[in-house]
Design a protein around this ligand. Structure first.
Ligand code: HEM
Length: 413
């Protein structure tokens, strides 16, 4: 059995069911250990891992149970990823995704108006225009990287619109978000410090934007919305920056990796691609199915606040639990034996857990669906087929589930 060394130079036998290992995602070999967990131990304790001891919750039902009991399973006690907070080398920026009630309720209510159906209608013309521009600038019959040219560009543009962020600096959003969301940094003190520096830089930049908007009439962007709201206007500097970073990270990697997952999935399943190309009315369902199939965030973490029991397992106060959406979205009892396949007309695709469940369910879900739906519609209008021309490079992490590089070439169908 292989052994692993942690920061503290402690060594231990690698648990083959330790699904927090980054290489499982880098190499796309996570399917088998999760299938084993679902079949034999849906609530399973890994004693030793790079993140310490944790429970893996890998099927649909117990994840819904945990997320339905937010007082018993806290988002605040230990944060929302398997990586623990480290005093001195991490910046504590409270975000409402990592707060419990009642603070969570008030802060979430502040940003929710930015994502209502009427806001989506208002934003959709802008999103479509930007998407058209990006698609019309692509080379046909020539290799390029889909991740950088399309997925990153479109999601970054959308965030810039949402925040009224200086257009020419918009790639800074991508840069900060990539650093903020990288939980693998837990393994290097030096990189954590580097991240801290970038987060301060991000904070200073946003503080400047904030200062420019304070005392001015409200405009329809998130910064102005936060300034003019009760819950948010009483926040201190760190809370304000933390919540901005939450919105950037929340809207960045996730939608980006759905857009890349779409191309990868359709390339893997040409029969499904043919179905979609023949019938664009399938697009809304295919959006949900792509999000299910990709599951851009593999897990969220909760910490038990009291001794309890979950599917026959004894959970102690203080235990940490990883809710593996990536596995629940492959749960055969919910999605059938073909759960590993992207099926554009899957009847229950919308039941996926990629947006989570309960009081923390993704606030940006509608915006993400809107962006991906528009991308698919505009590709269909251009009869654009995106073909992989080489191997993809994946993100090496158990939190963000996605792609770094995806060489492609466009053809017409
Ligand atoms: C929360 C996934 C897009 C902002 C979450 C959660 C997940 C998630 C799993 C936590 C749910 C839980 O703990 O139960 C996704 C996926 C997306 C996406 C898969 C794209 C396909 C977005 C976008 C935004 C956004 C576009 C905003 C621009 C947020 C925020 C929260 C959140 C602010 C915290 C909600 C709360 O704690 O109440 N998202 N997200 N997300 N997401 Fe998303």
């Amino acid at each position: 059995m292989a052994t692993l060394a942690t920061n503290a130079l402690e060594t231990f036998d690698v648990d083959p069911l330790d699904v927090s290992r980054a290489e499982l995602y880098r190499d796309d070999t996570w399917h088998e250990p999760f299938a084993k967990l679902r079949a034999t131990a849906p609530v399973y304790k890994t004693e030793h891992s790079a993140y310490g001891t944790y429970w893996s919750v890998s099927t649909y039902k117990p994840i819904v149970e945990v997320e339905s009991l937010p007082d018993l399973y806290s988002s605040e006690a230990g944060g929302i990823t398997l990586a623990d907070f480290i005093e001195d080398s991490d910046v504590r920026m409270p975000m409402f995704i990592a707060r419990d009630r009642p603070v969570h309720t008030g802060q979430r209510r502040t940003v929710s108006p930015a994502f209502t159906p009427s806001e989506m209608v208002r934003m959709s013309a802008d999103i479509r225009r930007r998407t058209e521009e990006v698609l019309d600038s692509l080379p046909w019959g020539k290799e390029f990287d889909w991740v950088d040219t399309v997925s990153i560009e479109l999601t970054t543009q959308m965030l810039a619109i949402l925040f009224d962020f200086p257009w020419e600096d918009r790639r800074k959003l991508t840069f900060w978000s990539d650093w903020a969301g990288d939980i693998e940094l837990v393994k290097s003190e030096e990189l954590r410090k580097q991240r801290l520096e970038y987060m301060y830089e991000c904070g200073a930049y946003f503080q400047n934007l904030w200062n420019q908007k304070v005392g001015k009439p409200q405009t329809p962007d998130l910064i102005s919305m936060m300034i003019h709201s009760d819950a948010m206007s009483h926040m201190d500097h760190f809370e304000f920056i933390g919540n901005l970073i939450l919105l950037i990270v929340g809207g960045n990697d996730t939608t980006r990796n759905t857009m890349s997952g779409l191309v990868y999935g359709l390339d893997q399943f040409p029969d499904e691609r043919a179905k979609l190309e023949a019938d664009p009315a399938l697009i809304p369902n295919a959006v949900s199915e792509t999000i299910r199939w990709q599951t851009p965030l593999s897990h969220m973490r909760r910490t038990a606040t009291a001794d309890t029991e979950l599917m026959g397992q004894e959970i102690k106060a203080g235990d940490k639990l990883a809710l593996w959406y990536i596995s629940a979205n492959r749960d055969e009892t919910v999605f059938g034996e073909d759960a590993d396949k992207l099926v554009v007309d899957r009847p229950n695709a919308r039941r996926h857990l990629a947006f989570g469940h309960g009081i923390h369910r993704c606030v940006g879900a509608r915006l993400a669906e809107l962006q991906v739906g528009i991308l698919m519609e505009e590709m269909a209008k251009r009869r654009m087929r995106v073909n992989l021309t080489g191997g993809v490079e994946r993100v090496s992490a158990c939190f963000v589930h996605g792609y770094r590089k995806m060489p492609v070439e466009l053809t017409k169908y």
